[in-house]
Ligand binder design. Sequence first.
Ligand code: NAP
Length: 247
Amino acid sequence: MKTTGNTIFFTGGTSGIGLELARRFRDLGNTVIISGRRKDLLDQLAATDQLEGVLLDVADPDSIATAFADVTARHDVNVLITMAGIMQSENLQDPAHLATSEAIVDINLLGTIRTITTFLPYLQQQADPVVMTVSSGLAFVPLALTPTYNATKAAVHSYTQSLRLQLAGTNLQVIELVPPAVQTNLLDGAAPDPTWMPLDEFADETITLLQQHPDAEEILVDRVHFLRAAERENHYAEVVTALNAGH
Ligand SMILES: NC(=O)c1ccc[n+]([C@@H]2O[C@H](COP(=O)([O-])OP(=O)(O)OC[C@H]3O[C@@H](n4cnc5c(N)ncnc54)[C@H](OP(=O)(O)O)[C@@H]3O)[C@@H](O)[C@H]2O)c1
């Protein structure tokens, strides 16, 4: 994808990776619209960061339809980034985890599918259309603490591949952003671990990769390679052990 002159709609973007990338894209000369459930943050970011925001809950199909109609009435969106996601720890031996599981599938997987389904026919009429999904290094190696999260990200990875295959030969580019552990409040809404990748560094490297590889299918910063390549390079068991040590 080109990194300037786009009109980019993010699901999510009120915090963390989405917000940081939204700021970078805005500074590179793109029109950026963020979204999310936290209206207070959307209002604040419109004032402090001049980022246009739209209220959206990807767990609610009506909310997606309303946001789509609203955004596309005002903008010619050519890039959709499905950033919205939640990550919660679960104890699979406690049946109470099921409600958590269902919420994670609803937002991370069904939310991604619903949003892409809503935007796809419209995007295909635009110039330089792009769908960027957001999986995770945990799509490739499981963190035992977050079983359903890992599973939804593996599913997003697979869905993204099928989308790319079905759209081969069309002008729509499908990109998968595969972050490593990055310092945000994603996991249970808690403070990040300082050993995770600093958000600024992640955003810098991501933008650089997009600039250097406009035809990229996957955006993989250095710190995620050990997870993405674990199985292919026959380190899978060691990487599973190392990733889960201390949890
Ligand atoms: N941080 C990491 O280590 C890491 C690693 C790999 C992948 N990722 C992925 O990166 C994405 C962003 O996560 P983050 O780390 O930046 O965490 P974050 O700061 O918690 O951001 C999550 C974003 O998703 C939005 N969101 C959550 N549920 C939503 C819903 N139902 N409808 C609409 N928006 C919703 C949130 O907005 P509201 O709360 O305002 O709705 C927020 O803007 C996620 O998909 C995550 O899985 C993160």
